[in-house]
Write a new protein. Sequence first.
Length: 172
Amino acid sequence: MSCPSCCSACSASTELPGPSCINNGPYCLSNFLPAGTLQFDLLPLAGVVQGLCDHTHSDDGWHHVRVHTLLFCFEDTDNIRFCQDLDFLIENHFISATYRFCPPATIIVRVYIIPYDLGNVKGVLRVRKEAVLAPARRYLKGLLQRITQDNNWDGNAPSDRRFCFLSADNVY
């Protein structure tokens, strides 16, 4: 079965790219909280998928989100800023995210929350500088309000039945 997010070279291969998680280390998705999904509508550009493929799959079978490759796909400045915030959270190990392209021009992003007491990381997630925590709080607040729990998790088209991970009233 072909991955809709793979480039033509990967799609032409007889095997899907393998998972990038080796030896079930601490940063494997199975150690994180699967929170829900985000949905982004892309510019209708030919070859968008070709530029998004990183030639590997995450351990959930989707591709790792590389925000710098997504930015050229948006014309909405709010989505660009939101993705930059998402990148900060990924780079600083607050979340992990994987994506799948859904034709004709949508990307579904799975969001996993990384626990601060994750084993085998020597406490680095528990002790963070305020210069990282202050923006992370703001970005997490925005993210948690946008995450939905619906059939997007399976890479299907969105349904009318959508449940927010946390309502705006519960995020401070």
